[in-house]
Design a binder for this molecule. Structure first.
Ligand code: FAD
Length: 485
């Protein structure tokens, strides 16, 4: 009996960042790709207006760039062309006290890019591919994943339509419908956790230079942070000389700051240097007009349902944004998936019975090797919440960072800072954490020994010379002598 093969179709639900990149990868493999998106085309002028107050800018780092580079369509250059390099954190301690903390001793940097702009750039590329069809205003309602049938509500009239595909991939974000449909068909482990912190976007306009031209109000090659323990303000640069600021704060603080007077008083007390840069009018307008977003951590396992469905990006692993890795991890999902499809030589064709050779083995392998890495970065992102809010100001943290940096210069292969492994390599996240745990043990031992030795020496000196000093004085001196503050 002849077995004529037919072209295979993949339906990708969600044309956000990860969905678009995945569509490009599948199109390059020769699949028929249909990309369904609940929203209207964001490139339409009226849609751009709707995005105000939701235009988070993202830090793109090596994992994201690597996935863009692999497509070999100039995507990396396109994205970097729309990005501003950030070489260090600028920690704003008091009104006039700032300290710059380089991200890498080798000059590696992360890149600030507007999420909406990045999505538009990817949609432009997707839209030019002959084997991709775009279906905007298609909202997935239900799916029978066993037979690849999806029900969508289409357009403002909400007309119900049914579509089919050989493989359904959900890139429909943290509140994924694809995921909930998969969970009806399989035993998927699922956990979600909201943190108490919410976020609100504020904008800092360009300043004017002496000639009256637009210029940056702050150093543009830094990610600016005002860490204040339980809350913080951050600012990332945009190409147009503005900054997008994000205020992270517990929900109850947002609720209690409910008048312009309270807001200005709060900023005066905590972020006084930011007020003239943002402007009081704009600050009040943005704070009260923009939504207060919640932050969620979601882990799932496995990420595939046989050879029928798969979730990628936030649909599979939403994380709090404090490591700047949500999208980077989602892009890496796409790269890892396609490496595994290559390894199994999965072709863009199906048998009469709809089977695609080796697809199930490939998707099972994807879940087996990659899920643990997505869990690892979700945990790490929560940990970095603490680090960004408060640890960046602690002497112990800075001491350790400094030592790690020095050892990394001397022994670049032996000691690698965690931030470097996460942001400037493509090493699986779980391996990065294992390696960091081993390093931490040794570094903490060295820092602890140095601190005890120095304090002992100082105490001996003060007693011997009958100098009167307090313990905080000794600690302060140790830190200054060591050059750590
Ligand atoms: P999304 O961007 O959420 O896209 C999902 C798409 O699916 C949307 O277009 C949506 O309309 C569509 N959709 C949803 N439901 C349906 C449906 N039923 N039918 C059809 N379509 C549907 N990441 C970084 O890497 N670096 C950073 O610096 C960074 N900073 C962040 C700062 C903040 C404040 C936040 C909140 C996040 C940050 N992230 C960062 C995370 C990053 O934004 C996300 O990880 C990334 O956008 C996820 O992309 P995605 O394509 O998986 O999902």
């Amino acid at each position: 009996m002849s077995d004529i093969k037919h072209p295979a179709t993949v339906a990708i639900v969600g044309a956000g960042l990860v969905g678009c990149l995945n569509a490009i990868y599948f199109a390059q493999r020769g699949w028929n790709v249909v990309l369904y998106e609940h929203r209207k085309d964001m490139r339409l002028p009226e849609e751009k207006i709707n995005q105000r107050g939701r235009s988070i800018n993202l830090a793109v780092s090596e994992r994201g760039l690597s996935a863009l580079r692999k497509v070999d369509m100039g995507l990396e250059e396109i994205v970097l062309g729309a990005a501003v390099p950030m070489r260090a954190r600028m920690v704003h301690l008091g009104k006039d006290t700032q300290t710059s903390q380089a991200y890498s001793v080798h000059g590696e940097h992360i890149n600030a890019v507007d999420r909406g702009r990045l999505n538009e750039l990817l949609l432009n590329v997707v839209g030019d591919l002959p084997n991709v069809r775009l279906g905007f205003e298609h909202h997935l309602l239900h799916a029978n994943l066993e037979n690849g049938t999806m029900e969508f509500s289409v357009g403002p009239e909400k007309i119900k339509v049914f579509k089919t595909a050989d493989l359904v991939i959900g890139t429909d974000g943290a509140y994924s419908k694809t995921r909930s449909q998969m969970m009806r068909s399989m035993r998927m482990q699922y956990s979600q956790e909201y943190i108490d912190t919410a976020y609100c976007e504020l904008s800092m306009p360009p300043a004017k230079d002496e000639q009256g031209n637009d210029t940056y109000a702050l150093d543009p090659n830094h990610l600016h942070i005002w860490p204040r323990h339980t809350f913080m303000l951050i600012a990332l640069p945009n190409l147009d000389h503005s900054f997008t600021c994000t205020l992270f704060m517990p929900f109850e603080m947002f609720e209690s700051i409910n008048t312009s007077e309270k807001l200005l008083e709060f900023f005066q007390e905590n972020f006084p240097d930011s007020i003239p840069l943002i402007g009081t009018k704009r600050l009040v307008e943005d704070y009260f007009a923009n939504q207060k977003g919640s932050l969620i951590n979601i882990k799932t396992s496995p990420h595939n349902f046989k050879d029928k469905a798969l979730i990628l990006g936030d649909a599979a692993h939403a994380m709090v944004p404090f490591y700047g890795q949500g999208m980077n991890c989602g892009f890496q999902d796409v790269e890892v998936l396609h490496e595994i499809l290559d390894k199994h030589n999965v072709l863009p064709s199906k048998h009469e019975n709809g089977k695609i050779d080796d697809l199930e083995a490939a998707l099972d392998e994807y879940s087996r090797v990659h899920v643990k890495d997505t869990h690892a970065i979700c945990d790490l992102a929560l940990y970095n919440h603490y680090e960004m809010q408060s640890a960046v100001t602690s002497v112990r943290y800075l001491a350790r960072k400094k030592l790690e940096g020095i050892l990394h210069i001397v022994m670049p292969r032996v000691v690698i800072p965690l931030y470097t492994m996460v942001s400037f390599t493509t090493m699986p996240y779980s391996q990065a954490i294992q390696r960091w745990n081993r390093q931490s043990f040794w570094l903490n031992t060295i820092v602890g020994t140095m601190a005890i030795g120095t304090v002992t020496a100082m105490s001996y000196f003060t007693v011997k010379n009958k100098v009167s000093v307090s313990v905080p004085d000794i600690i302060q001196s140790v830190a200054q002598l060591s050059g750590f503050i």
